[in-house]
Design a protein around this ligand. Structure first.
Ligand code: HXC
Ligand code: NAP
Length: 265
């Protein structure tokens, strides 16, 4: 596929990507590096995150770090700052999810997803502040449509991502005067990801899901990486507190059915 971005869009910038050992966030980290940024990636698994850094290439560095552990997150940011200097871009995307009815979920199961997605996002964004380039830094959280649209068997993720939206907006208000932008990207269903492998039980579900989306398909990891590239770059310099849907129009509601069956008058 032809590159859809300027290869030097992030030249000279430093990016920190949380939850980047796989999937969407790894593609974002790869995109940031391809656009010229120096990149540090973190996730829980030492082995997986080292492999991710190797796949990014250049001078990418990694550290095993659970976003639920504030002290470890702070250590990771200090390491990034020591290696590369002030941080321009922070991407908070670590998440956990599983399908379960509320009554099939213990309090600890609910708390686990809240802790990874919501507390983890607070920890990452909060711990980054003292290391950010000010003015000029851009922070991006990864949320989901479930933040605003309730979904069966997703009480934990819906609650957590709703919180991520508010953390994003509150920090945009508090840190805007210092020249720090804080936005979120809300992906729709994205193919070839762990997230959709967990949420889509079979091919019939996939087909039905695609038939209800205005653009009639799931998105790709590149679709999300391109939006995150724009938000990280100066091209979005007057955008803060925004939740950017990259979802083929999913947020608008169920667009199922064949529009041509209803003839215009
Ligand atoms: C009910 C479950 C469960 C399930 C785990 N638990 N899976 N309960 N149904 N299917 C319960 C456990 O029994 C335990 O509660 C509690 O959750 C914590 O489980 P652990 O395995 O100890 O947690 P941990 O090792 O921290 O692992 C976190 C995890 C795991 C979320 C459970 O699946 C994980 O590591 N996920 C990371 C990868 C991932 O989920 N990727 C998709 C993200 S995508 P008890 O009471 O027994 O102690 C995504 C996409 C969709 O978010 C967008 C929608 C928002
Ligand atoms: P994924 O591949 O499972 O990515 C999740 C990442 O988070 C992994 O790298 C994982 O690495 C890391 N992680 C999990 N728990 C962590 C913790 N406690 N501390 C640090 N890192 C942790 O899933 P994905 O489908 O690409 O999803 C990526 C993001 O997009 C998530 O925020 C998700 O909610 C969002 N999203 C996805 C979809 C979709 O269609 N897939 C839709 C909407 C939103 P380790 O296991 O090594 O820790």
């Amino acid at each position: 596929m032809a590159e859809t971005f300027q290869p030097d869009l992030l030249a000279g910038k430093v990016a920190f990507v949380a939850g980047a050992s796989s999937g969407i966030n790894l593609r974002i980290a790869q995109r940031y590096a391809a656009a010229g940024a120096k990149v540090m990636v973190i996730s829980r698994s030492e082995e997986k995150i080292a492999a991710a850094a190797a796949s990014i290439g250049g001078d990418a560095i990694s550290m095993a770090c659970d976003v639920r552990d504030y002290a470890k997150v702070a250590e990771a940011f200090a390491r990034c700052r020591d290696a590369f200097g002030e941080i321009d871009i922070v991407l908070s995307g670590a998440a956990g999810n599983f399908l379960a009815p509320a009554l099939g979920m213990s309090a600890n199961a609910f708390k686990t997803v809240i802790d990874i997605d919501l507390l983890g996002t607070f920890n990452v964004l909060h711990a980054s502040y003292q290391h950010l380039r000010k003015p000029g830094a851009s922070l991006v959280s990864i949320t989901a449509g479930q933040a605003v649209r309730p979904m069966m068997y997703q009480i934990h993720a819906c609650a957590a991502k709703a919180g991520v939206n508010q953390v994003t907006k509150c920090l945009a208000m508090e840190w805007g005067p210092a020249g720090v932008r804080v936005n979120a990207v809300s992906p729709g269903p994205i193919g070839d990801t762990e997230g959709m492998a967990r949420l889509a039980p079979n091919e019939d579900y996939v087909k039905s899901s695609k038939s209800r989306i205005p653009l009639r398909d799931w998105g790709t990891k590149d679709d999300i990486a391109d939006a995150c590239l724009w938000l990280a770059s100066d091209a979005s310099r007057y955008v803060t507190g925004a939740i950017i849907n990259v979802d083929g129009g999913s947020e608008l509601g169920d667009a199922g059915g064949d529009a041509l069956t209803v003839a215009p008058r």
